[in-house]
Write a protein that binds this ligand. Structure first.
Ligand code: CMP
Length: 138
């Protein structure tokens, strides 16, 4: 059965002109783009999105980085979308990312790692609802 996941093309990748390249990889892997928008987000919006990481030492840097420039917000659809997108993204730290993954190709560090993808069904539901209104998901 078709499943939805949430993804962000992060500010490093948008700044470097990799938006189209990353979208091409996503579509080539069989995902349907169910919703898409490019916007800049505030530090407070980033803090709310990443609230599960609020106690981590990298929280301040992460939320500053995510609000440092435009990002592309995506809802992606396919069978097994959550696990398949994580596989296509590669390891969080691009130094450990496998050949052929988006992070191997486009990411430069554990923070500037080009793309986010939901890690489970409950987080996907929270993340989609955080950034998209119901009328944008028809
Ligand atoms: P993301 O999948 O967007 O979710 C949490 C983010 O925190 C993760 O991608 C990384 O970019 C970032 N992150 C995880 N660990 C570290 C770390 N040790 N230092 C800086 N950023 C980190």
């Amino acid at each position: 059965m078709s499943q939805r996941t949430f993804s962000i093309i992060k500010p490093d990748a948008v700044r470097k002109g990799h938006t189209g390249g990353i979208l091409a990889e996503i579509e080539k892997a069989g995902f349907k783009i169910a919703a898409i928008k490019r916007q800049s987000i505030s530090k407070d919006q980033a803090k709310g999105f990443y609230h599960v990481h609020s106690a981590r030492p990298f929280f301040d840097g992460l939320t500053t980085f995510m609000s440092s420039g435009p990002i592309v917000l995506l809802v992606l659809e396919k069978e097994n979308a959550i696990a398949d997108l994580r596989k296509l993204m590669g390891a969080t730290n691009p130094a450990n990312a496998e050949e052929g993954t988006i992070r191997k190709k486009f990411a430069s560090s554990i923070e500037e790692n080009a793309i986010h993808g939901s890690d489970a069904e409950d987080t996907a539901a929270f993340e989609i609802g955080y950034w998209f209104a119901g009328y944008e998901l028809l």
